[in-house]
Design a protein around this ligand. Structure first.
Ligand code: URA
Length: 216
C-alpha cells in the first residue's frame, strides 16, 4: 500500500520543495536537515499504524492514563544516501535497533549499472517490524533486492519502506515484487530518465548530502 503524504498540504511540502530547489539544495547542512525533518514527519505518520500499550503514569498530582509504543520497530537504511532520512526516524523511535545495508549502483562503461548489495549489518528481524528508509525510490531494484535478501534470513512481522521522493515506475515495481509492504513517501514523481534518476526529482541525494564521490 502506498501512503503518498503529498496528497495533504503541510509543512512537509515546504521541506520537499527546498530539497528540490537547485539553489537551496547547494547548502549541504540544510539539505541534510530537511531530509531529516522529512524522516521525522513520516515517522510520526507511520507511528499512527503501530501498536500502543495503555500505561498509567504517576504525575506529581495524580495518575494519568497514557500510552506507550508496544514495540519499537527496527530501523534499517541504505548507505550512504539514507543516513539523514534515517536520523529523522531515529529521532522519534528512541532506542531502536538499527540495520545498515550497503546497496549501490555499480556503473559500467556504457552508462548502465547493476545493483551491488555488499554489506548487511542487522539485528534479528524475526517477528519484528522493520522500517527501511531510502531517500529516493527510483527503480526500486535495490529495495526489492534488500528486502528479499533479509527475508532469506528472517521473517519480519511487517515491513514499511520510507522514502522522500518516489516515482510511479519504482512504486509499481516494489508493489508488484513486495505486495505486503507499505510505502511511505513525501512525494511521488511521474518518471525516471535514461540514467534511472527520478524526474523532476532532486538530483543525487547522496552527493547533495555528503559531496560527490569518485566512481571506481
Ligand atoms: N538516487 C538519487 O539520488 N536520485 C535519483 O533520482 C535516483 C536515485
Amino acid at each position: 500500500m502506498l501512503h503518498d503524504l503529498s496528497k495533504t498540504s503541510s509543512i512537509l511540502s515546504q521541506f520537499v520543495s527546498e530539497l528540490r530547489d537547485v539553489e537551496l539544495q547547494k547548502e549541504r547542512m540544510r539539505f541534510r536537515r530537511n531530509m531529516e525533518r522529512i524522516g521525522e514527519i513520516i515517522g510520526y505518520e507511520l507511528s499512527k499504524q503501530l501498536g500502543y500499550t495503555k500505561v498509567p503514569v504517576q504525575t506529581p498530582l495524580a495518575i494519568a492514563p497514557s500510552e506507550r509504543l508496544a514495540e519499537v520497530p527496527v530501523l534499517g537504511t541504505v548507505l550512504r544516501a539514507g543516513l539523514a532520512l534515517h536520523q529523522g526516524l531515529l529521532n522519534f523511535f528512541d532506542g531502536a535497533d538499527v540495520a545498515f545495508v550497503s546497496a549501490y549502483r555499480k556503473h559500467r562503461a556504457d552508462g548502465s549499472f547493476e545493483i551491488k548489495l555488499e554489506y548487511v549489518s542487522c539485528p534479528s528481524l524475526s517477528g519484528r517490524i522493520l522500517v527501511l528508509s531510502d531517500p529516493m525510490l527510483a527503480t526500486g531494484s535495490s529495495l526489492v533486492m534488500t528486502v528479499k535478501e533479509l527475508r532469506k534470513q528472517w521473517q519480519p512481522s511487517k515491513i514499511h519502506i520510507v522514502t522522500a521522493i518516489g516515482c510511479i515506475p519504482g512504486v509499481e515495481h516494489v508493489t508488484k515484487e513486495l505486495p505486503d509492504v507499505d510505502i511511505w513517501a513525501a512525494a511521488i514523481d511521474p518518471e525516471l530518465n535514461s540514467k534511472a534518476y527520478i524526474v523532476p526529482g532532486l538530483g543525487d541525494a547522496g552527493d547533495l548530502a555528503f559531496g560527490e564521490k569518485v566512481q571506481y
